[in-house]
Design a protein around this ligand. Structure first.
Ligand code: SF4
Ligand code: SF4
Length: 210
């Protein structure tokens, strides 16, 4: 998978395969941004200092909590608030903040850069193609919902059956951003987030302008 500008000048990708993982997407973004660097130093309106929500996912919270369940729960209680995701119809967690992200310094450095949320990793502040946005949103929603489900499991003594139901989300208790897009699409279809014809379009190989 490679990210490039398409014929409309939008960020797009050439192709994905059945074995493409979230990590492949994140690596492709890093390469794309290395080749097409953003002017973050000269940016007057840092995206990390806006009033919009910073959505938190399970892998990020677990990494910041050093994989300690109690610390992760405390992090959720103390640093996050619930916010309705009306588009996907679930309550997700976002950073409890007003404007600036709690992790940005005066000089625009992210203090948790290596462990930053997946939604920050997937962000590219250029015009993006529809299908790049679909993939970005489905990856984000799956990991965001995984945090909600993990937190419920941590807080309740659920029967095995309920836990198995929650684990239909492939990111629940994932250690990394390395699950298959295919698993995310399966889950998204189950949740009614993705239709099979839309899914086929995500796999179409398209010629891109170099
Ligand atoms: S990524 Fe954020 S800080 Fe960098 S140029 Fe874009 S908006 Fe500005
Ligand atoms: S976590 Fe880091 S990259 Fe994400 S909004 Fe905060 S400062 Fe920016």
């Amino acid at each position: 998978m490679k990210l490039l500008f398409d014929g409309e000048g939008k960020v797009n990708y050439d192709k994905i395969a059945k074995n493409t993982t979230v990590k492949d997407v994140l690596d492709a973004i890093d390469i794309f941004l290395n080749n097409n660097p953003l002017d973050c130093n000269g940016c007057e309106e840092s995206c990390c200092k806006k009033s919009w929500s910073v959505e938190m996912d399970n892998v990020c919270v677990n990494k910041l909590s050093k994989w300690d369940n109690e610390a992760a729960s405390n992090f959720v209680q103390e640093k996050l608030v619930k916010k309705r995701n009306y588009y996907r119809d679930f309550d997700q967690y976002v950073l409890d903040k007003k404007t600036d992200c709690n992790f940005i310094t005066e000089t625009n450095l992210c203090t948790i850069y290596e462990e930053r949320p997946v939604i920050c990793r997937l962000y590219i502040c250029s015009a993006r193609s529809y299908r790049y946005n679909v993939i970005r949103e489905l990856i984000g929603s799956t990991y965001l919902k995984a945090l909600v489900l993990e937190e419920k499991i941590r807080k309740n003594d659920f029967p095995e059956q309920t836990i198995d139901k929650y684990k239909r989300n492939p990111a629940v208790f994932a250690k990394e951003y390395d699950i298959l897009l295919e698993e995310i699409f399966d889950y998204a279809e189950d949740e009614g987030w993705l239709y099979s014809d839309e899914r086929d379009e995500l796999y179409e190989e398209i010629p891109l302008n170099l």
